[in-house]
Design a protein around this ligand. Structure first.
Ligand SMILES: [Ca+2]
Ligand SMILES: [Ca+2]
Ligand SMILES: [Ca+2]
Length: 386
């Protein structure tokens, strides 16, 4: 039995060495481009030919094995006058894919199983794995959809414009989804560099320990992050959702850090169970709704403004810290467990704080006084000046 398995592995080993980076089938059908990888680890770039056409290049992988394009090792597929849609299915293997320097109708990229890497739009300047062509902004006239499938996927968008909506679903396992502005400017004011989705941007990090990093992202409608399971780490800097922002974490220990975030309508953050940490800095929401779920949670809001905040700290030993916030109407509910409500340098029209069961504390600092028009404390056993 053992020799049988050993022989089979040996034969597969030879096969893999010969065809390690596999073959990618590329074809043009009408206006559209179809790219299909095989079960091996393919490395390709899909980009402009610089002359109104499209080009797909194969590259050697990290083990110097060439990726064939339609049977030619490190070959190239070119097609003139391209402005249609791009459909990419990479299948199994650890694929490395880049889509850049194009204006397309719609784009759909399915990375399949394996630990895949995807770069959309601009790439970091020091990357050489896709050759030395200059990557630039990607424009999509309709929808951009990305599926990571199983495996630890690394999905990076940089300087991308989508006139429709976009779904980024990284599937199971430990994925990293990164949305960054162009190298020229790290802010929303950089209209050429930022990520701009005119409809709704939905990010689904799937099961596993996932990281979502976003900077300079603007959505014409909603920004949605909906994690299925496993701890979520989300760092969101300088985003503007012209609709609402919905951030749903998992029953594990999640961390959500927002700096300079803006949601015109509702910003809703639900972290479910686990010991979660949520921090909002320099942020505005038309309506702020935070539910920390059960577990020992920490919530901090600083320099944050909203007409109305509804906060649920859930069961457990929770801490809510407010610094220099401006809230017209605040409701915060501690639920059972020993909770602390720490409020400093804040302007609040009406603050309603419910301790519920447990020995709860309302903390203030005379050196950082608040202006609270109407303070209502319920089931809070202790008021403390720190
Ligand atoms: Ca593949
Ligand atoms: Ca794959
Ligand atoms: Ca995945």
């Amino acid at each position: 039995m053992r020799t049988h398995i050993a022989r089979r592995l040996f034969v597969e080993g030879l096969e893999n060495r010969r065809l390690l980076a596999g073959d990618v089938t590329v074809s043009r059908s009408g206006a559209d481009l179809f790219v299909t990888g095989d079960g091996l680890s393919n490395t390709i770039s899909i980009e402009s030919d610089g002359n109104g056409g499209v080009r797909v290049n194969g590259f050697s992988d990290a083990l110097a094995q060439p990726t064939s394009i339609n049977g030619t090792p490190n070959g190239s597929f070119e097609s003139a006058n391209f402005s249609g849609s791009v459909f990419v299915v990479m299948n199994g293997g650890d694929d490395e894919v880049r889509l850049t320097r194009l204006q397309v109708q719609a784009a759909s990229i399915n990375l399949g199983e394996g630990n895949d890497d995807l770069v959309v739009g601009l790439q970091a300047a020091n990357e050489t794995r896709f050759g030395d062509s200059v990557p630039v902004r990607l424009s999509v006239a309709q929808n951009l959809n990305i599926f990571g499938g199983g495996g630890d996927d690394d999905i990076r968008l940089q300087s991308v414009y989508v006139a429709g909506s976009s779904v980024i679903d990284s599937g199971a396992d430990n994925d990293s989804i990164t949305l960054l502005p162009g190298v020229s400017g790290p802010t929303l004011a950089d209209t050429a560099g930022r990520i701009n989705v005119n409809g709704t941007l939905t990010i689904v990090p799937g099961n596993g320990a996932d990281q979502v990093t976003a900077q300079a992202v603007i959505t014409g409608n909603n920004l949605v992050i909906d994690d299925a399971g496993g701890p979520l780490q989300a760092n969101l800097t300088s985003f503007f959702a012209k609709g609402s922002a919905f951030i749903y974490a998992s029953p594990q220990n999640d961390q959500i850090i927002i700096k300079d975030g803006r949601a015109a309508a509702l910003m809703q953050i639900i972290t479910e169970g686990g010991d979660d940490h949520v921090a909002l800095h320099d942020t505005y929401a038309g309506n702020l709704n935070i539910n920390m779920g059960d577990g020992n949670d920490r919530l901090s809001l600083s320099n944050t403004r909203t007409p109305r905040a509804d906060i649920q700290l859930g069961i457990g030993t929770d801490r809510m810290a407010l610094r220099q916030v401006n809230i017209d109407t605040l409701f915060a509910f501690g639920n059972s467990g020993v909770d602390a409500f720490d409020v400093r340098s804040s302007v609040i029209g009406q603050a309603n704080l419910f301790g519920d069961s447990g020995y709860d504390t309302f903390q203030t600092d005379p050196l950082a006084p608040n202006s609270i028009g109407d303070l209502n404390l319920y089931s809070i056993e202790r008021q403390q000046q720190v």
